[in-house]
Write a protein that binds this ligand. Structure first.
Ligand code: 4AD
Ligand code: MG
Length: 483
């Protein structure tokens, strides 16, 4: 008999018809000679209930139906007398496709997140991870749909690169060289001439620079791929391998960029509410996930809020004011300091109580490619809507979210060849590997802008999960590349 997915079986109202379902046993109980199996095949958070008469099955088969075992069940679809489910299946035949022995690590309810990370090969079978992974899929669909509907082209940028986009130097090297026998020159530098690419290469930290090549040809592009950063930050918000979405758009200015960031995130959140109802309700109502009891209202709240647009300099003033009023932060936040997550979260969660798009950052900790704001005679600069800053600033536009901190990092790009080169020189950057990037500013340069959304940070927000290791199937973090 043809298999029906559990999601379809639960919607089916052809009571009395024969049906075949396949899946894994979530639980089995019995009473007065009748057994009840909760079977799940991953198509939905919901289980289908299988009911059967002990007497009609051989004892050996019944014994093998344990939590985690894989079954094929044939039977009759009937209306269920039990609350909370429309239909159930009265089993006529059960085949054990895969036994599950009693060392199965997922037998106990309420296992800790830490424990589940040690069994990442099996945790997708739990209710919570099933829900997260279906939501993750849906968010990927939302992203592709958004950009496709808005006329952006999906542009594939390389994962192996000879350049460091963000200039932070935290890259994983790619080589086929024999590490036990490295040839070095007189200065002790490794010779890469005989390496696979004939030069030093790494895994990319961002597809942006190639994305700009796409945008200055196709008008509007987006990338969506894995990104690698060898930053040794063991935080609940950092992965060494994460997925990033990077739109890049010709002829876009700062205001339009912020409009896009806000519209895009809201579209994704709305998509989750519209398409992941069962999974979100499961997370929202599960007592093991108490921090998420207000997940759905929180997502709905973001749709109603207009994001605050806040120049960095004003943000610093607010933080300084808070310190004056007794607020304690671990890290300093004088003008010129990069904001720590505690500062971002203070602004978003305590001060404004809604998402904030921060603009016009000091150039000291932002990337070389960002558009420079007009400088004033006294060494300051003028940014978004005429906001004045005491030092040189760039048109960065990061989106800060409640409980996450930075979810998007973006900027308008410096399109003037001369200004870009003066910044390159000021930073004493070696542009040997980026000659092609500079060509965009020589051959028909245009105003353009873009941003990078950390996919896992979006999933953190949409699922209400607390640790980024729990929203990707197989996380890569310092000292962990198992599974
Ligand atoms: O702010 P970032 O470093 O920006 C860029 O890479 C730009 N080239 C993007 C662009 O303008 N096209 O990274 C962008 C986003 C961050 O806001 C954050 O959400 C996420 O990527 N991100 C990480 N997510 C998980 N683990 C990490 N180690 C991350 N580093 C950045
Ligand atoms: Mg950033």
């Amino acid at each position: 008999m043809k298999r029906t997915k559990v999601i379809d079986a639960l919607k089916c109202t052809a009571y009395g018809s024969d049906i075949c379902v396949k899946g894994w046993v979530r639980s089995k109980r019995g009473s007065k000679g009748i057994f009840f199996i909760a079977l799940n095949d991953g198509s939905t958070i919901k289980n289908v209930q299988i009911v059967g008469d002990d007497a009609k099955f051989d004892e050996e088969t019944l014994k093998r139906i344990t939590t985690g075992a894989c079954l094929s069940v044939e039977g009759k679809l009937v209306e269920s007398p039990a609350a909370g489910q429309a239909s159930e299946i009265q089993a006529t035949a059960i085949e054990i496709l895969g036994d599950c022995d009693n060392t199965y690590p997922l037998q106990k309810k309420g296992a800790s997140w830490e424990y589940l990370r040690t069994v990442a090969h099996l945790r997708p079978r739990t209710n919570t991870f099933g829900a997260i992974l279906r939501i993750r899929h849906n968010m990927a669909m939302a992203i592709h749909t958004y950009f496709h509907e808005h006329g952006y082209f999906y542009f594939h940028t390389p994962l192996i690169t000879a350049s460091d986009c963000e200039g932070a130097g935290n890259m994983f090297q790619v080589t086929t060289k024999n590490l036990y026998d490295l040839k070095k020159d007189e200065q002790g530098k490794i010779i890469y001439d005989d390496d696979f690419f004939g030069e030093q290469t790494s895994l990319t930290v961002s597809g942006q620079l190639e994305g700009e090549l796409g945008a200055t040809a196709l008008g509007a592009i987006y990338t969506f791929g894995p990104t690698f950063r060898a930053e040794n930050s063991n935080t609940p918000r950092h992965l060494a391998e994460f997925w990033m979405i990077e739109p890049e758009i010709a002829f876009m200015d700062q205001e339009e960029l912020m409009d896009l960031e806000e519209d895009f995130i809201k579209y994704c959140v709305r998509w989750a509410l519209d398409n992941c109802k069962d999974d979100l309700e499961f997370i929202n109502n599960n007592k093991f996930l108490t921090p998420n009891a207000d997940l759905i209202p929180r997502l709905e709240g973001v749709l109603k809020e207009e994001f605050v647009r806040l120049p960095y300099t004003e943000g610093i003033n607010i933080l300084q004011e808070a310190i004056k009023n007794g607020k304690k932060f671990e890290f300093p936040c004088e003008w010129g300091d990069d904001l720590a997550s505690e500062h971002e979260r203070y602004l978003v969660e305590e001060h404004f109580k809604k998402p904030v798009i921060m603009t016009d950052y000091p150039r000291s900790f932002k990337s070389f490619y960002m558009k420079q704001n007009q400088e004033t005679a006294d060494g300051g600069s003028v940014g978004y809507k005429g906001a004045v800053a005491p030092g040189p600033t760039m048109q960065g536009t990061d989106v800060l979210f409640p409980s996450i901190g930075e979810i998007i990092g973006g900027s308008v790009r410096e399109e003037s060849y001369d200004k870009l080169m003066s910044e390159v020189k000021r930073r004493e950057m070696d542009m040997t590997h980026l000659w092609w990037y500079l060509d965009t500013r020589k051959y028909g340069s245009c105003p353009h802008a873009g941003f990078g959304l950390g996919f896992e940070r979006l999933i953190l927000f949409v699922t209400g999960m607390q640790n980024i290791r729990d929203v990707i199937p197989f996380p890569r973090t310092p000292r962990n590349a198992e599974f």
